[in-house]
Structures are given as structure tokens and as C-alpha cells.
Design a protein around this ligand. Sequence first.
Ligand code: C2E
Ligand code: MG
Ligand code: MG
Length: 562
Amino acid sequence: MDKEDKFPGFEALCNIAKLFASCMNDYLYVLDLTQDTYFITENARGRFALPGGIFHDVRKNFRHFVHPDDYEDLIKDLDEVCSGRKDEHNMKYRWIGQDGYPVWINCRGRLLRTAGVIPHLMVGCINEIGNSQTAADNISGLLGESSLHEHIRQMAPALRNAMFMRLGIDEFKLVNERHGMDYGDFVLREVADCIQRCLGPKQYVYRIVSDEFMVLDLTGADYNQMKRLYQHIRCEVDSLVARERYRAIYTISAGLVSLADLDNKHYDYTSYSETMKLSEFAMSEAKARGRNQLYFFRQEDYSAFLRRRYLNSCLRQSVSDNFRGFELYFQPLVTTEDEDLYAAEALLRFRTQTDETISPSEMIPLLEESSLIIPVGKWVIRNALMFCRKMREKYPSFRVSINLSYIQLLKTPLFDDIRGILDDLLLPPDCLIAELTESGHLEDSAAVRSIWGKLRGLGVTIALDDFGKGYSNLTNIGNLRPNIIKIDRSFTLKALENSYEFDLLLHIVKMVHGLGLALVVEGIETAEELARIALLEPDYIQGYYYSKPCTKKEFMNKYKVK
Ligand code: C2E
Ligand code: MG
Ligand code: MG
């Protein structure tokens, strides 16, 4: 602009801004320095936490919607413009959106100077830089996520039968790591081309994030047609990998969401973000199920996923709240010969704040997946041993049996932890039985064998749990060198029903005894079961017949410990 220009006044500039704003996505503003008044076009009001479309006391009111970390810098820059030290304001910083989240903006403004007049007006424009980054993508040559959103907004009435297929390149990170970002960009571009080649009319593709694409299908296709489309894309990607002489090997996974199945009568912003969420879940499922496949969204799977997520957050909260909701139950192990109390197995229970009791079979895998088993496992050891110390006041040779998870073995200083807690509680190592369930692949690990050996050396009793269930492998008796074998209830039941299995168990008992090991039979519920199993002469029995797992208090009452 020429410095000799004459400019309209504040109100006229506001009216001009209103006119322009109706045909643009950006927000226009006018600042009157002498009146300390700020005007911004209407479209900004629905987006940001503004005190109004026009307001006075500008610096104070900016505090409502400028990100607190950016406020001081903004005021400093504005002061320079207002004092006339510079004519332009140009800053990238954050405003707070109506939803309370920060939005990156680029704010540019210019002081209007007229010769001989002290400048008192500034005009400018604000655009969302977060958005512009996702509108289109020069690497893949596709439109981006915000364009998909815009498309959907425009198409809302015709979306009832739309299909969303979210595609992700499997292990794309490795492509970048091994072959460099440039090759990664090449792969993205080529995969985008593969997808595009497979699409017909009314099928659109967008690049959502990083290595993920979304195909929006508005043809009314059914599941089988979408499956064929996915297979076609997969073939194209396979040929691309072959064409590149297997320089990098990758596949493509996809999650499919059908809007017709989601019962969205009114397609609005929430349903858009919901669809994005569901498509993300669907694609992750495809990857979790082995990659290089199509997964069709199923509400049951999603509900199970949400339940796992909910339980995970309950467990996490409880751990950080001093293990609130966790409790140990105890179940006695008695000698077969004279039904004396030998030990108790500590079994973990968890109650949510809404009083729902979660079984170990549901909770332990979640604790393992999230590594929460590390703090919880340590809590179990300490609390079980505290219980043991109390029981030993009346039963000096009483032991407590604790289930250990492989995660604890592999990721924690388990040996030091156990020794530390025993020392702390002034307990001898022989009061502890450490139970390990066979998992089928880790028993061979040198790390596991070494910890086991150290615990055995310390004097802790080692038990191989759940023998006869799943992965049982006789070589583990050699690898893990347990002192005790615990026969799982499923095996016990088979032996009770079938004479072949009974004989098999009999020979296992003989072998175990021949090796100088002890044997526990788990899951005895009735006197008849006990009578039959007693013929095998196991050393110890554990089961509902003697007691269900019960609270510490109930256990102590039963065995008259005060
Ligand atoms: P497990 O170590 O084999 O524990 C024995 C399971 O059999 C317990 O189930 C117990 O309640 C059940 N049981 C005992 N006697 C009978 C019976 O006569 N009939 C029947 N039907 N069941 C009987 P629970 O408490 O549900 O625990 C399941 C599994 O969860 C345990 O199997 C163990 O592998 C795991 N677990 C429990 N607490 C912990 C823990 O603190 N840490 C770890 N890592 N795993 C644990
Ligand atoms: Mg056990
Ligand atoms: Mg068991």
C-alpha cells in the first residue's frame, strides 16, 4: 500500500471485512488502537473462545482466547506495532478453540499509515495453519483429512450407504528407517497411485495421516464389492513391491466401516469424528490380526475393545491410587495324607469403583499388556508375604504361593525385589513358593532360567503351575527345575472321567515322585473326586472341597489366627 493512501474509518473497514469473510475460510480483523477496540469477522466466533465479535480493552480480553504460553510474546509484538516501531505484525501462535483445545494460527496484520496522521488502525487476517497442513498433501498428491471432512460435510444427505475403508501401509516405519525418508515418500506416492488406479466413479481417496489413506465409497457398494476393491489394491501394492525388486517389502491392511450399519440418521460433526475413530479401530484390528488383510468393523469387537480400554484405565487409576480396589484372596493347599494346612495360594482380585469384580482371567492379560503387572506384581509379593508372616505366628512352617508373570521375570529385578521384601519383613526364603505358568516359548530363555536358578539357590520353592493345560512340555521340568508340579483342574477332570487319562496322571505322579519333586492336584471340588485322586498319592490338594479362595480375614478366621 502506498503511504499516501487515505483509509476508511473503523466501522467502514469492519463492513468491508464482513463482505470478504463471507467468501473465505480465514478470519479478518480490524484493531482500533486509540479506542482500544477489536473487531473480528463472525466466522471466528463459532471457532474460538472469543468474548464477542467486537470488544474493548484488547490486551485484557486476549487473555480469554490466546494460549497462555503465547500471550506475552503476542503482547510484546503488538506493543511494537502500536508504538509505531514497526508496521507489520506476523506471528504463528495458538488461540483456544471453542472446544477448549489450542488451534495453531498465523496472524498477520498491517498498520494503516496516512501521511501526517498518527496511525490508529490495523487490519489483518488470521488463518489456521494446522488445517492448511491437512487440506492437501504434496507427497502423495492426494487431498488430506480436512478435505475429506469438508467433502463429507457437503455430501451429508447422500452418505447413508457410504463405506469408509481406511488403509495403512504395514510397517511403514521400517521402510523409512531402512531406506530413508525419500524412499518412504516415493512409497507413499506410489501406494497412493495404486489405490487411485483401483477406484471408479464415486470413489475417492484421501491421505489421512502419515501412511494412512481413506477411501470414501459413495456407490452403495456392499461388503463383497469392497472386499474385491481391497484385494485389487493389495494386488497393485504387491506388484509395486515386485517392480521395485523387493527393495523394501511391505503390505497393506484395511479396516472397513459401513455407515449403513452405524445407524446415523443425522450425519454431523460428532458422527464424522466417530466414523474416523471407528475406522481407526477397524484398521488397527486388521493389523492386530496379522496385517495384510481387510477387517470389517463389528460392534462386538469394538465393545470388547472399549471394555479393555475402560478396564485399563480403571486399573491404571487404581495403581496410582495406592492399589485401591485390588485385594488378595487366599486358597489353602493341604497335605493329602492328613489334611494339614501346608500353604495358601494368593489369588488377585480387582473391584472397580462401580463395584464390578473383575476376574483374574480378564485382568491379568490386561495388566501384562500394559506392563501394570510390574507394580501390581510387586504389591502382590509384599502383601502375600505380609499375610504369610501373620499366619506363621500360629503355623511356623506356613508358606505362601504367588503366581508370577513372565513380564515380571523379564522386565523387573524380580530376584532383588523378592529378596528385598523378604529381608524387610524378616522372613526366610522358604516361606515363599513362586509359581510360573508355562507359556510355551519363554521357558528356554536363558534369562528366565537364570532368575529361576537364583531363586532356587536362595531357598525359594519353585512350582510349575497349570501342568496338563495348554503348552505342557516335559522338557520344562528339565529347564525350569521346579520343586513342585501343580496339575491343572482341566487335567484333573479328564483323569476323573477317563481311565486312560487317569493312568496317564498316575504315571506322571510316579515320574514326578521319582525325580524327587512334589505334586499338587488343583481343582478338587467333592469328596468323591478327592477319594479317587487320593489313590494317586499326590502330596498336596487344592480345591473348593477344602475352601474356595477367600479374603485374608475369612482365611484367618477359618484357621483361627488372630
Ligand atoms: P491358577 O494359578 O491356576 O489358580 C488356580 C485357579 O483355580 C484360581 O482361579 C482358583 O480360584 C481356581 N480354583 C481353585 N480350586 C478350584 C476348584 O475346586 N474348582 C474350580 N472350578 N476352580 C478352582 P482364579 O483365582 O480365577 O485365578 C485364575 C488364574 O489367574 C490363576 O490360575 C493364575 O494363573 C492367575 N492369577 C491369579 N492371581 C494372580 C496374580 O497375582 N498374578 C498373576 N501373574 N497371575 C494370577
Ligand atoms: Mg497358580
Ligand atoms: Mg494352576
